[in-house]
Design a protein around this ligand. Structure first.
Ligand SMILES: Cc1cc2nc3c(=O)[nH]c(=O)nc-3n(C[C@H](O)[C@H](O)[C@H](O)COP(=O)(O)O)c2cc1C
Length: 304
């Protein structure tokens, strides 16, 4: 039996498979299909200070091997999240990862204070959402802003570890990774979606009402593997890898590139059981290949 436990920023996960923010809501619908305690952790939908209704529709377009989305951080606001969602999620034996998104440093600080007080296990700082005008990716594409947002969250997080979520929409992701690490990030997660666009040639209108959107799904896996590998070689903090994972072998790839744990996102839209299936396939891979503890996979790639 493979030991499936891993640690991420000092938090022990029963297995390395978590669900990616924005692709699992707050878990209600999926909780009717399987026991959420089977997951290593749940990254919940991005939370903001006030409730947001998100962008106008259409907000999702299919692409070859992926999807483009511009949901625009639809969520009930941090107070509703803390009062209603955290207690429901607490009933399951899994780790709760809050995902927070601010327009200003003050908002990041306030969100951090509130979600830590609500008792989440880990805070993921979203500085990489390509689908909102203010904040979001603007913080994640400049090293100083990435450091400032990380620092603002860290100062109010108390004992809750902080993980900064990096944008792939940059020239050198290691520069942002190092900036977040030096501002006190206990872990980094990557990648968020890649900025993309599709046009309906009959109407000459962008398919997504926001014009541009974030690309995710199998199409982005090679970019995620490359970026996780680069960041793992640039920082000492642990990484949560994501981007296009749809099988146990995809998860093993991201771990070999340097991730301590792996998130499954878009694959859940086609198969609501994708995360639990990826976990079983990863365990099977380890057993077939004589891997005694899954954590041995982390960073085990043998580059040429
Ligand atoms: C519909 C949708 C909504 C998302 N919402 C969020 C969000 O609120 N916060 C966040 O940090 N990332 C969000 N993401 C990004 C995912 O968490 C993940 O980083 C990205 O989709 C890559 O993983 P995947 O290819 O497995 O989906 C969203 C992605 C999708 C597809």
């Amino acid at each position: 039996m493979t030991d499936m436990r891993v640690t991420l920023a000092g938090v022990e996960l029963k297995n390395p498979i978590v669900v990616a923010s924005g692709t699992f809501g707050f878990g209600h619908e999926y909780g009717e299909l399987f026991d959420l305690s089977e997951l290593g952790g749940i990254c919940v939908k991005g939370t903001t200070v006030s409730r947001r209704d998100g962008n106008p529709s259409p907000r999702i377009a299919e692409t070859p091997s992926g999807i483009l989305n511009a949901v625009g951080l639809q969520n009930p606001g941090v107070d509703a999240f803390c009062a209603e969602e955290v207690p429901l999620l607490r009933k399951f034996d899994t780790k709760i990862i809050a995902n927070i998104s601010g327009n200003t440093l003050e908002e990041y600080a306030l969100l951090s204070e509130k979600v830590s007080a609500a008792g989440v296990d880990l805070i993921e700082v979203n500085i990489s959402c390509p689908n909102v005008k203010a904040g979001g990716m603007a913080f994640g594409t400049d090293p100083r802003s990435a450091a400032a947002a990380t620092d603002a969250v860290k100062r109010k997080a108390g004992k809750v570890p902080v993980m900064t979520k990096l944008s792939p929409n940059v020239t050198d992701i290691t520069e942002i990774a190092r900036a977040a690490e030096s501002a006190g990030a206990d872990a980094l997660s990557l990648i968020n979606t890649l900025l993309g666009m599709r046009i309906d040639v009959r109407t000459r209108r962008p398919i997504i009402r926001n014009n541009t959107g974030g690309l995710s799904g199998p199409a982005v896996l090679p970019v995620a593997v490359r970026m996780v590998w680069q960041v793992a070689n640039a920082v000492k903090v642990p990484l949560l890898g994501m981007g296009g994972v749809a099988s146990g072998s995809d998860a093993a790839e991201l771990m070999m590139a340097g991730a301590s744990a792996v998130a499954v996102g878009t694959a859940l839209f086609g198969d609501p059981y994708a995360a639990v299936r990826v976990r079983s396939e990863l365990e099977e891979f380890c057993e077939t290949n004589g891997v005694a503890a899954v954590r041995e996979l982390t960073g085990s790639v043998r580059p040429w």
